[in-house]
Ligand binder design. Structure first.
Ligand SMILES: [Zn+2]
Length: 87
C-alpha cells in the first residue's frame, strides 16, 4: 500500500478552501487532481467530494482542449514536478 501513503488524510481540498467554482483557466486549482503525467486523479486517491471531482474533471477537460495542459506526456518528457511550469 505504498501508493496510499501519499494521500494520508482523505478530505476534499476544494471544500476546505471553500472553492465554489473551478475555472479551467485557473491551473493552480488542478494541482490536487492531476498526476505527474497530467492524468486526472481518481477520487478514491484524492478524497475529493463528488461535487468538486466533477467540477475538476470538466475543468481539466476544457483546459486540455484549450491546450493549457497536455493530453499525454511522453515518457521522455516526464518531469519531477509538472507544476513548475504552472505559476
Ligand atoms: Zn468538495
Amino acid at each position: 500500500m505504498a501508493e496510499r501513503r501519499k494521500f494520508k488524510k482523505r478530505y476534499c481540498k476544494y471544500c476546505e478552501a471553500k472553492v465554489e467554482f473551478i475555472d479551467y483557466k485557473d491551473l493552480a486549482m488542478f494541482k490536487f487532481s492531476l498526476s505527474e503525467r497530467f492524468k486526472i486523479m481518481p477520487r478514491r486517491l484524492t478524497g475529493n467530494c463528488k461535487k468538486h471531482q466533477e467540477m475538476v474533471t470538466v475543468a481539466i477537460k476544457r483546459a486540455r482542449q484549450t491546450a493549457l495542459i497536455p493530453y499525454i506526456v511522453d515518457r521522455k518528457n516526464v518531469v519531477e514536478n509538472p507544476f513548475e511550469f504552472i505559476k
